[in-house]
Design a protein. Structure first.
Length: 277
């Protein structure tokens, strides 16, 4: 290992709490730090993490999928923005079928896009569990399909409608931190950097059984992030990813996932026009 020109005191200050090391003289009188045990606490934490399973659900059918007046004028007689359509009648049924699908599935944490169609879907899944929903703007729809700024409601307003909202959750992105300029290009792929950052942050902080409720393009990007393959999925479908272990690169835990299934529809009674594309 090459030498580094640093003071022993600096090494002690920076590294004493995280690694075991030896300081030995090297050629020219410089110091060489031989790392014996890297980031012991991080390794310990990795060993004691719950195995992670990620369930990803696309929101159910939207009102504006079937009511073309929504974006023209109908939204104006509601409390919602043009890009924040709620679920349709069929969508509410699909969400209930999703809830039945998860009735016997243990969940540790639930994350949702802040758009109402996702919150409505998530609420039906968690309602009988007494669980809260972590509202994450980083899971929002690809932004070229949204208003600028995005028209989703703030958490305080969502809480007035949905008691399940976790107002203590600190989101990865705020509305103002979303990159509208980059995501103005009309391609589903433009959300990938945002989704990569969001998913990385989630899986590095949370473990166990995680449920994410989001949008079609976002879920395609989640597939790309976790398994390296973009997948288009229909509304109210379920995809499942399992952590098969981690590799330690210095102090970074890199988890590896496999997809058990993608866009599963076995819980739905009506498979017509799920709008995968």
């Amino acid at each position: 290992m090459g030498s580094i020109d640093v003071e022993p005191e600096r090494i002690l200050i920076d590294l004493a709490q995280t690694i075991s090391y030896e300081v030995v003289p090297s050629v020219g009188g410089a110091l060489c730090v031989i790392v014996v045990k890297m980031m012991a606490q991080v390794v310990h934490d990795e060993k004691h993490r719950k195995p992670t399973t990620i369930w990803v659900v696309r929101h159910a059918e939207r009102e504006d999928n079937v009511n073309k007046a929504w974006r023209r004028w109908f939204y104006a007689i509601t409390h919602l923005a043009k890009d924040d359509s709620p679920l349709s009648k069929r969508g509410r049924l699909q969400a209930e079928e999703c809830a039945a699908r998860f009735a016997n599935v243990h969940l540790d944490h639930v994350f949702s896009s802040p758009y109402n169609r996702c919150i409505e879907t998530a609420v039906r899944i968690v309602r009988s569990r007494g669980m809260s929903i972590k509202v994450e703007p980083g899971l929002s729809e690809v932004l070229f399909l949204c208003e600028n700024p995005a028209g989703f409601q703030d958490v305080t307003l969502l809480k007035e409608t949905y008691a399940e909202i976790d107002t203590n959750y600190l989101p990865i992105y705020s509305r103002d931190e979303l990159d509208y300029a980059y995501e103005r290009y009309r391609s589903d792929w433009v959300c990938l950097p945002r989704i990569r950052h969001t998913i990385d942050r989630i899986i590095n902080k949370y473990s166990g059984s995680l449920l994410i409720v989001s949008h079609g393009a976002v879920i395609g990007a989640i597939h790309e992030v976790l398994i390296g393959k973009w997948r288009a999925v229909g509304q109210a479908t379920v995809s499942k990813f399992i952590d098969i272990g981690s590799k330690q690169f210095v102090n970074i835990g890199v988890r590896q996932f496999v997809c058990e299934y993608t866009g599963d529809t076995s819980h739905l009674s009506d498979l017509a026009n799920l709008r995968a594309y």
